[in-house]
Design a protein around this ligand. Structure first.
Ligand code: KG4
Ligand code: ZN
Length: 353
């Protein structure tokens, strides 16, 4: 199907105005978020409205409900973020609008993209589409703008488990990825099985602090001889063990499971950092909020004499400050997106360099 829209502008004309303040919008999954970031690294405001309560009773994100909730929540979240940044719906002082356009849930992405286009057009400022995975990488730069290169980033979220070499901002090389479940997905599935609720990562993390991590020797899967991951066998092993031993302490199971996941993640990331000669190992994505993972990454980086960059927990999980930061950087380098920008649920991190 072809549409002719010749009477509509396809992009906001570039201005010679320098881009300082960027409004970021994030609606790719179950967080509705808006943020204003100045100069790519100073967070002026950041508002996140989580839909956890809405999806908890289903044990996971229900895409249809998520899209509808974004539609209701985005306007108040945006108003709040703009107000906290000292501006209003007029957008005075905002130089560009950045929005996540993939990967994610299509119905959810479309809500953010449509809103961002409308604001870009109404305010006469550039629009920039941001890759959600790249935004997670930029979360570290928000707090550590003077990072050295190359970096190895372990991006662990509900949908992804990636090990990436960042040779410099915008230049990525994929070193490894999960061949089945994402790490966050494994946390969520095991937590659901143990009756710990949703989202599972924080629930397991909390209970695990009280348990014995050596209680159950769950398998550590290191598929292949490179940097890939696999978590579905571990999940099955937890399920089989608990079915055989229903009296097993939940805290011990959670602690042993968390230990197995973290050991695998850290082993692979450490090896990758050594092989590429990384100046630092960086964590990104929701699972980067995990207490044991953070402790272990700090320990191994200290032992190996490289930096450990652990974004604060609120910047690990989905937020719009990371979208605004990535958008600001893209505007400095790649330019704005056209107003015909679509949403791409399967967008990958473009491997370049
Ligand atoms: O990055 P994120 O907020 O959303 C996605 O893009 O997926 O990540 C959400 C994932 C969920 O699977 C959640 O269980 C996990 O991050 N998570 C954690 C912790 N906090 C959030 N996993 C382990 N330990 C945590 N403390
Ligand atoms: Zn995410």
């Amino acid at each position: 199907m072809f549409l002719s829209v010749s009477s509509s502008p396809t992009s906001v004309p570039p201005t010679d105005r320098a881009v300082h303040r960027v409004l970021g919008i994030e609606t790719s999954c179950d967080e509705t978020a808006a943020s204003v970031v100045d100069g790519g690294s100073t967070i002026v405001s950041s508002v996140v409205s989580s839909q956890i309560d809405l999806h908890a009773r289903y044990g996971g994100v229900v895409p249809e409900l998520a899209g509808r909730a974004h539609l209701e929540l985005l306007t108040p979240v945006l108003d709040d973020a703009l107000k906290r940044a000292g501006t209003t719906a007029s957008g005075a002082g905002i130089d560009a609008v950045a929005v996540t356009y993939g990967p994610g849930l299509i119905g959810s992405l479309l809500v953010g993209v449509a809103e961002a286009k409308a604001l870009s057009l109404a305010w006469g400022v550039p629009l920039v589409g941001v890759n959600h995975l790249e935004a997670h990488l930029f979360a570290s730069l928000l707090e550590q703008p003077d990072l050295g290169w190359p970096l190895v980033v372990l991006l662990v979220s509900g949908g992804h488990t990636l090990l990436i070499e960042v040779t410099e901002p915008g230049r990525y090389r994929l070193l490894g990825r999960t061949i089945d479940d994402a790490a966050g997905e494994a946390f969520d599935k095991v937590a659901r099985f143990l009756g710990l609720g949703y989202p599972g990562g924080p629930a397991i993390d909390e209970v695990a602090e009280e348990g014995d991590p050596q209680a159950f020797p769950f398998p550590r899967s290191l598929p292949g001889d490179r940097y890939d991951f696999s978590f579905s066998g571990l999940k099955t092993s937890v399920v089989n063990m608990v079915r055989k031993r229903p009296d097993a302490s939940t805290a011990d199971v959670a602690a042993s499971f968390r230990q197995a996941v973290v050991e695998v993640l850290v082993t692979r990331a450490r090896k990758a950092a050594a092989e590429v000669g990384a100046t630092a190992l960086c964590l990104a994505g929701g699972v980067a909020a995990n207490s044991l993972l953070r402790r272990r990454v700090e320990e191994v980086c200290e032992a190996d004499g490289i930096g450990a960059f652990l974004p604060s927990r609120s910047l690990c999980t989905d937020n719009a400050a990371m979208v605004a930061a990535a958008g600001w950087w893209r505007l400095q380098h790649g330019g704005a997106s056209p107003l015909t920008l679509g949403a791409d649920p399967n967008l990958g991190l473009v491997a370049a360099g």
